[in-house]
Design a protein around this ligand. Structure first.
Ligand code: NDP
Length: 278
């Protein structure tokens, strides 16, 4: 009999998650026997739910909103990236039984942005909207990718300042109040790491942020990315993308971490896109 290994994604809410479908596609591609389920846990129930899952034989888990900080706190060991961010989206049971926390959101974003979309942030002037967990991962990744300048704007200015302090970067980084965006010169790349689109809220962004070569990227995907992608098109961006590719890249990185096999990301993305076509 083939032994089936157990994996899960934890979040609240989680019913919308594409992760179970992606890991099933990767398992089919690679011929591995595994199950991967979505587990809805409230913040109060998350710790117990996670412990029960691993006590019951779980080998690894992805973690999404609102549990990324709690996942980091519950782990025994932390990757360098998780320690930089103080949050985790991947948990792995190590051979000695300890639980390892890692964050691959930044790597996933760059893999999609540079590798698939051909938008290399190196040497570019970049505007990052948002200062939550995803923005934090994006900011570290963008500085690592050698942007020329990084400007961060967030609805709650103090949160943007706290993110800038964590980034500990003086030369290339500045934070601006949202209403001061109107007086900024245009950017080469604008990244939306807010969850405004999830709430169907449009961001108040001046078109003067855009020049002919500007690319726009929303970490959200599907309908949640629509308002920002539409704004980017109307404002004259050269290209605008949503974050579905990032999601598939991070899922693939988790799969590779757990199983030691790199799945075919483009084939999985094609299947997900085909399923979403009317
Ligand atoms: P958080 O809750 O940690 O942060 C939300 C951010 O959005 C905050 O900066 C918040 O500002 C801002 N925000 C929320 N509503 C509005 C609004 N109406 N107007 C302006 N700003 C707003 O969420 P995450 O950082 O974890 O996630 C952000 C987005 O990124 C989500 O849509 C998520 O789905 C997406 N994401 C995509 C991934 C992928 O693989 N493609 C991976 C991870 C995240 P404030 O501080 O003022 O509250």
């Amino acid at each position: 009999m083939i032994a089936v290994s157990h994996y899960a994604v934890f979040g609240h809410p989680i019913a919308h998650s594409l992760s179970p479908r992606l890991h099933a596609l990767f398992a089919a591609q690679t011929g591995l026997a595994l199950d991967y389920i979505a587990i809805d846990a409230t913040p109060e129930a998350f710790g117990d739910a996670l412990r029960d899952f691993f006590a019951g034989g779980g080998r690894g888990a992805n973690v999404t909103l609102p549990h990324k900080a709690a996942a980091f706190a519950l782990a025994d060991v932390h990757s360098t990236m998780a320690r930089r961010l103080d949050i985790a989206n991947v948990l792995t049971v190590l051979p000695d039984g300890r639980l390892e926390a890692d964050s691959n959101d930044g790597i996933g974003m760059l893999a999609d942005l540079c590798g698939r979309r051909g938008v290399d942030p190196r040497g570019r002037d970049v505007l990052l909207l948002g200062a939550g967990g995803a923005a934090r991962a994006a900011a570290f990744a963008l500085l690592d990718a050698e942007v020329r300048t990084l400007v961060i704007a967030n609805r709650t200015f103090e949160r943007a300042r706290a993110l800038a302090a964590a980034l500990a970067e003086t030369e290339r980084l500045c934070v601006v109040r949202w209403d001061a965006l109107v007086s900024r010169a245009p950017f080469d790349l604008i990244i939306n790491a807010t969850s405004a689109g999830v709430q169907r809220a449009a961001l108040a962004l001046p078109p003067s942020l855009v020049q002919a070569c500007t690319a726009a990227y929303d970490l959200s995907y599907g309908p949640a990315a629509r308002p920002f992608v539409d704004w980017a098109g109307c404002a004259g961006c050269a290209a605008a993308y949503d974050g579905l590719g990032m999601l598939v890249e991070t899922a693939a990185a988790s799969f590779e971490r757990w199983h030691g096999v790199r799945p075919d990301v483009n084939a999985a993305l094609e299947k997900i896109n085909a399923g979403n076509r009317p």
